[in-house]
Design a protein around this ligand. Structure first.
Ligand SMILES: [Zn+2]
Ligand SMILES: [Zn+2]
Length: 447
């Protein structure tokens, strides 16, 4: 008689479940990837959670947050789904529950009906500032069209029992599941989706990564109205302007990188035209109302800002006037109020305070005075750089798009902060120094 066949652990791991990596497409969300895997396997929640989650048994009681990469055992998920770990990373919204960008995401499923009918869901749709599908230009929806229930963006017993369907009424979310087969796939993810994702990532990184602010920045309660966030997590309405921009333009606007613009910066104003330096200049905001903004270094920056504003007001083509108005709103910190070319404000330009707060301490060996001069020069260059950036942006925007524009599109802090770099193992919005999951890089899984 033959001895009983014993299966080792390795054999069990190989034998297991059906996987269909061909059903997935790049930048697909973990909701779709895990949902499709469960769709063909129909396993109980305890098994699914044990296979792919990194949470402890008690953690699993709450369900697994599909936004957070850290909640998954990436190697195991790659093994079971047959999808490369880097593609899985891009399917999560953020790396860990402490990522500031988690505040930008919805805890309930948001989707584009047209994409869903093709069996596709992107992690980008979970970001609240994104209001439309970049591929189809249709509004995202966040409730089941049949029973109007919201669908938690979580892997839990209800979700596992109804993969790719509404857990409340069990209606399938896509009309015809045969579209999952690769021969039905339409063209891959649209470039436009990636462009909007990059745009959102740029601003999220600028507004999430708060560098050490300079201590000497004018501060205090008087900055309450200023656009200087210093708290985490990121409030979701901070980047709401991106949704408004989506209403105005289908294509994500192209913004040159600061580094490139800085190389190309030419003085829009001929320095020879400068009026003589006005030593008697007084800030329009008084000591009584704005005591914290009277530091000599800040007042000096305001004087330079005022002079260059004056020169820009002389520029008279329609595009120049428009660029000047938006440029002024950026630097005045006028995020809510209108600002024509001639508007005057009697409060400090908060954008200048922001620029100052984010500026790097220049190490000048010569002297403190030399360092201040260098900083002032850089300030004037950045005023030019942002004016050029506005001018460039307005040239590519549709005529009717002014409603979608916002001073935060070219924030003064952007002059000092680098473009975010995307590693191959970034989550949907990049890792922002949260590099621990780079360890997975290279642990390729054969399909
Ligand atoms: Zn779509
Ligand atoms: Zn429903």
């Amino acid at each position: 008689m033959l001895p009983a066949l014993r299966l080792g652990d390795g054999f069990q791991r190989q034998a297991e479940y059906t996987r269909r990596p061909g059903w997935s497409r790049p930048v697909e969300s973990l909701w779709a990837i895990v949902g499709k895997w469960q769709f063909v396997n129909r396993l109980p929640y305890s098994t699914v959670a044990r296979c792919v989650s990194s949470l402890s048994r008690t953690g699993l009681y709450q369900g697994v947050d599909l936004r957070v990469l850290e909640a998954f055992d990436l190697d195991a998920l790659a093994h079971f789904s047959g999808i490369h770990p880097s593609a899985l990373c891009a399917g999560a919204c953020v790396a860990s529950p402490s990522s500031p960008a988690l505040g930008l995401t919805s805890a309930n499923l948001r989707w584009c009906p047209a994409c869903m009918d093709q069996g596709f869901h992107a992690a980008l749709f979970q970001f609240l500032p994104i209001t439309r599908c970049p591929t189809h230009n249709s509004g995202l929806i966040a409730a089941c069209p049949h029973c109007l229930s919201i669908i938690p963006y979580r892997l839990d017993p209800a979700a596992v029992a109804t993969p790719l369907a509404c857990p409340t009424c069990t209606s399938p979310l896509m009309a015809d599941a045969t579209v999952l087969a690769p021969e039905h796939h339409v063209a891959g993810p649209c470039k436009n989706l990636a462009d909007w994702q990059r745009l959102l990532a740029r601003y999220a990184s600028w507004y999430c990564s708060v560098p050490r602010l300079r201590r000497s920045v004018p501060a205090g309660d008087t900055t309450a109205g200023a656009d200087i966030p210093s708290r985490c997590p990121l409030p979701k309405d901070r980047l709401a302007f991106i949704g408004t921009l989506q209403e105005a333009t289908h294509q994500a606007p192209f913004l040159s990188s600061n580094a490139k613009l800085r190389q190309a910066v030419t003085w829009a104003i001929d320095p020879l035209d400068e009026p003589p330096w006005d030593g008697s200049w007084k800030p329009p905001f008084g000591m009584q109302d704005w005591p914290n903004f009277q530091a000599p270094a800040f007042v000096d920056l305001c004087r330079r800002f005022s002079r260059i504003t004056h020169l820009h007001r002389e520029r008279d083509t329609p595009n120049d006037r428009c660029a000047t108005a938006w440029w002024r709103r950026t630097w005045q910190g006028a995020t809510q109020r209108p600002c024509s070319v001639q508007t005057t404000f009697d409060d400090p330009p908060f954008g200048v305070a922001e620029w100052f707060a984010f500026s790097k301490q220049l190490t000048s060996k010569s002297s403190r005075w030399g360092a201040q001069q260098a900083l002032a020069l850089r300030f004037e260059q950045d005023l030019q750089l942002t004016w050029l950036a506005w001018s460039e942006l307005l040239e590519q925007m549709p005529r009717s798009s002014s409603m979608g524009l916002h001073p935060r599109l070219i924030p003064p802090r952007g002059c000092w902060l680098d473009e975010p770099t995307f590693s191959p193992t970034s989550t949907a919005l990049g890792s922002w120094g949260d590099m621990h999951f780079q360890n997975y890089c290279g642990s390729a899984v054969s399909p």
